[in-house]
Design a protein around this ligand. Sequence first.
Ligand code: MOS
Length: 748
Amino acid sequence: MAQVEIGMPQRRVEGELKVTGQARYAAEYPVEGLLYGFVINATIAKGRIAKIDTTAALAVPGVIEVFTHENRPNLAWFDRSYKDDGDSPGSPLRPLYDDKILYDAQPIALLVAETFEIARYAVGLVDIEYEREDFNTDFVSALPDRFFPKKKRAFYTPFKDRGDAPNAYKDLPVQVSNDYHMVSEHHNPMELNATTVVWEGDGKITVYDKNQGSQNVQKYLASVFGLSKDKVRVLNPFVGGAFGSGLRPEYQVYMATLAATTLKHSVRVTLTRQQMFSHVHRPEAVQTVSLASDETGRMNAMMVEATTSTSRYENFMETVVNWGGTAYACENAKFDYNIAALDIHTPGDMRAPGAATGMNIFEMAMDELAYAANVDPLELRIKNYSEQDAMNNTPYTSKALMSAYKEGAARFGWEKRSQAPRSMKDGTELVGWGMATGMWEAMMAVATVRARIGANGQLEVASATSDIGTGTYTIMTQIAAETLGLPMDRVTAKLGDSDLPLSPIEGGSWTAATVGAAVQLACRALGEKLFKAASKVPGNPFGDAKFDQIEFIDGQARVRGKATGISLQDLLHASGEPWLEAEETAKPSMITNMTKSRHTHSAVFVEVKVDEELGVVRVTRVVNAVAGGRIINPLTARSQILGGVVMGMGMALHEDTLMDHRLGRIMNHSLAEYHVPAHADVFDIDVIFVDEPDPEVSPLGVKGLGEIGIVGVAAAISNAIFHATGKRVRSFPITIDKILSIDTTDAL
Ligand code: MOS
């Protein structure tokens, strides 16, 4: 029996269920007598509903009810009842609460019918009249109204100025100062937002919902609908991608629960692809970055100012301006961050929120500095490298970014690059090589895991966490298998159920560090219980040995160094119990030194080929070298980075939420018009994990990989396009028109 170890490649344990269609998503659970809800969204950007007449819709055979603000049952009144673990400061959206419209496509009614098709047809018969008010959805024209955030959000890291950047900047010989623009992006995971609420008959509901935290949604529903938690069970065992779109309870779960609890019937609400553009998205951003160095490229002044969009009702903030100041040694630094309110849905987290915006833009500015100082872009990063967290002056638990630069550059062949723009060609195409640094935080939260071994010898590890496609099932299985010396198939991981032990929303790349640590703790505690049971085995096989002398290997427990041991099943049998279990909680306070900084780093190298006549850019090669602490499973870890790189290609070249500001409406709300990379856009992607032992960052030495893969990719692509063409495009996405146009330097 091969011993499973952390660090071994393991295939996804749920892979077979997924490819054979046995892994059900929220809208796929078969339920008898199910009713179907279809959400009606507002068609004005601001104002109130003057009239909503449902008579004609209700006359359609098969239509059951139309829920509006006029007939909804009494629900929670206070803002705080609608708060959740992923929220922003402000007043959360309360669907159907009153007649007010806060943004275009706000959900304002739910039509429930016997079939989805009837529901979808009948919503067109609901007659709605509005009173319109003036609104603004145009970020650029809202910039003068920006304001300082007054409240802190959990993930928002404040920054610290140092030295006197404006004065230092003036005196330095090499200066670059530019505005950059990042458009808004909308979440488009494969799985649409959907909820199936099963009415259990005794006032209980079982809620299959697409989200990143079953207990967060459970808490929200209990609070909004005034239910006790034992009446609400939320499940999300399989999630078809989320990337941050499922951190907050989304309106379909509210709608489905409203209908099910009122009608006392099972109800399903699925959003359409168009409706996926009516909620959470990456905020729009403008950023001004001013960098100055001596003639050799040594930076001595940086000024970073950013404004991102938010809604009128909530202040969404992210960590945008800190990254360069944390990454690079630079004596004088000044930062400023604002948010500007618009009549839109509140923006939210989207893969590497803040870093994908701020670090990418900073790394474009670094490339500009490299050219202004005539220094190789990689050399510039190395010249300004900071061994410690330069923002906080604290040491890192680990920072193997220098290895990532070296190994990434070697794999890419960076030394063959010629510095001058337009100097490399392949036939008629211009070739560009660009690079960037990536950064993300290495976080840990609090989670509990229960480990249980049953009479059949099967070990189960369970926690309410989610697997949003990242590989959580697989690493939970792997860590448990290593800890108790079992093969992978003797371990079952259970997750995605609010009934299971406490776990936070799956986000911030903290799940491997948090839930992974709790799996190990719970399995060790269970191992100790099994060890104690040995005293009941005739002629105690462990003799006088203490627990720390015991090893778990080949399905057995044995005294280290001894050839034979006793199977876990026999130990369980000796205990006289039908099963043995242990529950343990992992928390950040378990880590020795919380005063140190904790980050993941990467070095991204990109080759583009540009057909200048057509304006077409192909990203022909990417090498992403990641310093991510200990890698639990190189196979699923690599997949995370691959996905991040592809999403970064979308940010660089494709994704762009386009609004008609006369209507305040998103116009490209389909995958035909909102472009994400397709297979034909993706060529070679090479992932390197550099050696980065780190016993301090988390109990397993793990840093998390869900987000680092996207950071720096768009910058490296943009920098490669400059190298290929000599054109500096300071606004994403870099579309064909920008490549073709002569003047591409206007960020806004
Ligand atoms: Mo992530 S944006 O924390 O799901």
